[in-house]
Design a protein around this ligand. Structure first.
Ligand SMILES: Nc1ncnc2c1ncn2[C@@H]1O[C@H](COP(=O)(O)OP(=O)(O)OP(=O)(O)O)[C@@H](O)[C@H]1O
Ligand SMILES: [Mg+2]
Length: 280
């Protein structure tokens, strides 16, 4: 896997920053999006978008507000029917009939989207009850385990979403996304609204889960710290398409929006990735 600090290992025949969505190793992508088009009436959101997601990576998705990040995520998951294009998700081509098998992914939606009438424990248990035949007591134990894994105190298990802080909602939603041990999770703005310390803790949690559960993570984020702390690659949604590469290469991309986004004051403060070479 290419790390932000390891572009020197690329073959000599290839420039350090390819500025395309390619990788030097020959891993098969876990998700391939080809020629994706999404249109709402006259509004074209995606126009021939291509994107690959590789197993075991954390892929960040950035783009201006309203450029179609959430629509892209929903299209990949089959929750929103695309106007045109092909999406291969873990060797299955997504058909027009609907979403992929639910056991293959977990998702943390932008709003958290917890069931407001269910407690934290019931929210985390819900996917297990829906998609498995595990006995009720074991479901409860597994849900408690997931709560612990994401750093939620056991005392939160009987609270309703309206009784949680923003950070707790994100953690509960992450625990629910992890409930069925999917190989891939999708996070839509997981650190938005969190204070910098809580956001950093959340980043550490994502890295820990990725390293220990061998998860593939697709993460939409506006948070530059989060992107540079956690991502192996960054996909930028511009001009209704995607430009994807390592964080270092993306930062050098000449596209004006990318230059402005990463070259602004906040981007300059993040000149160096803080991730250590061993990915921790
Ligand atoms: N079901 C829908 N019907 C009509 N328009 C839609 C629908 N879903 C999304 N859109 C439009 O598509 C565009 C992209 O929406 P999307 O939610 O993907 O943006 P985003 O990049 O996630 O933005 P943000 O950073 O604010 O979350 C928006 O203009 C939105 O109004
Ligand atoms: Mg969005």
């Amino acid at each position: 896997m290419i790390r932000p600090d390891d572009v020197s290992g690329l073959p000599l025949s290839r420039p350090a920053c390819s500025l395309t969505d390619k990788r030097s190793d020959r891993q098969e992508p876990i998700i391939s999006v080809r020629g994706l088009v999404n249109r709402f009436g006259q509004q074209v959101v995606h126009d021939g978008l291509d994107l690959d997601v590789y197993p075991g990576e954390i892929l960040g998705i950035v783009g201006g507000s309203g450029t179609g990040k959430t629509v892209l995520l929903k299209s990949i998951l089959g929750l929103q029917k695309a106007t045109a294009g092909k999406i291969i998700f873990m060797s299955d081509e997504l058909t027009s009939s609907g979403a992929h098998g639910p056991a293959t992914w977990g998702v943390l939606f932008q709003s958290g989207a917890l069931f407001s009438g269910l407690t934290v424990l019931e929210n985390i248990s819900a996917p297990l009850l829906e998609h498995t035949r595990i006995a009720a007591q074991t479901v409860k134990e597994l849900a408690l385990l997931k709560m612990k894994m994401v750093g939620l105190p056991e005392g939160a298990c009987h609270k309703f979403p309206s009784e949680l802080s923003g950070g707790m909602i994100k953690r509960a939603a992450l625990a629910r996304a992890l409930a069925i041990d999917p190989p891939i999770i999708f996070l839509d703005e997981p650190t938005s609204g969190l204070d910098p310390i809580a956001a950093e803790e959340f980043d550490e949690l994502i890295l820990y889960l990725k390293n220990h559960l061998e998860l593939t993570v697709v993460m939409i984020s506006h948070d530059l710290d989060s992107l540079f702390n956690t991502c192996d690659r960054i996909a930028v949604l511009v001009d209704k398409q995607v430009i994807a590469d390592t964080p270092e290469c993306i930062r050098q991309h000449p596209h004006p929006w990318i230059q402005r986004y990463f070259g602004g004051l906040r981007g300059k403060l993040r000149q160096q990735p803080v991730r250590s070479p061993d990915g921790t």
